[in-house]
Design a binder for this molecule. Structure first.
Ligand SMILES: CC(C)(COP(=O)(O)OP(=O)(O)OC[C@H]1O[C@@H](n2cnc3c(N)ncnc32)[C@H](O)[C@@H]1OP(=O)(O)O)[C@@H](O)C(=O)NCCC(=O)NCCS
Length: 137
């Protein structure tokens, strides 16, 4: 298959949600809350999309300052197109869009815990999260 990659082009909301759903990442993202998904796409500042012709088949959605850090929140490839190199290329394109000193940081979904080490990510021993609305002690 011939796949093209685009950086920060407008995406059709329903087509994007469909990629989340068919990839299975939709099980862990608010895909039934269309307005929240719209804001997630609108407010991310680095979205790389993968296309087979006119069909959206993959998304890498990040929030970044471009020069120091990039939080890669969502990496999703439609199930019909998985394991063909699209996920890896989406990350390469994300990295290419960043300045040379920006580090990519992410949390792996359970389905992808073995993926990131396989493609070269390093596990961080001191990563921490504070849940939405969670109070400090
Ligand atoms: C995880 C995901 C993004 C990977 O994208 P992909 O296009 O299918 O994978 P790639 O073709 O880039 O795979 C590159 C390599 O990783 C391997 N790989 C792919 N998915 C893997 C997984 N889930 N676990 C372990 N290895 C995996 C491939 O076999 C390939 O190995 P090789 O280079 O030795 O042949 C995609 O499968 C997906 O959308 N999964 C469901 C959603 C999800 O969990 N996303 C991650 C959110 S953090």
């Amino acid at each position: 298959m011939s796949i093209t990659y685009k950086v920060n082009v407008p995406l059709d909301l329903e087509a994007a949600i469909q990629v989340y759903r068919t990839s299975t990442l939709g099980e862990r993202r608010p895909v039934d809350d269309t307005e929240r998904m719209r804001q997630m796409l609108a407010n991310a500042n680095l979205i790389v999309s993968a296309w087979e012709g006119e069909q959206l088949v993959g998304i890498s959605r990040s929030v970044t300052d471009w020069v120091y850090c990039c939080y890669l929140s969502d990496l999703a490839v439609s199930s019909s197109h998985q394991r063909g190199g699209i996920g890896k290329q989406l990350i390469r394109e994300t990295q290419a869009a960043l300045g040379p000193d920006a580090k990519i940081i992410l949390l792996a979904a359970p389905a992808a815990v073995d993926y990131y080490p396989h493609i070269g990510f390093e596990k961080h021993p001191s990563a921490w999260t504070l849940g939405a609305g969670q109070s400090l002690t």
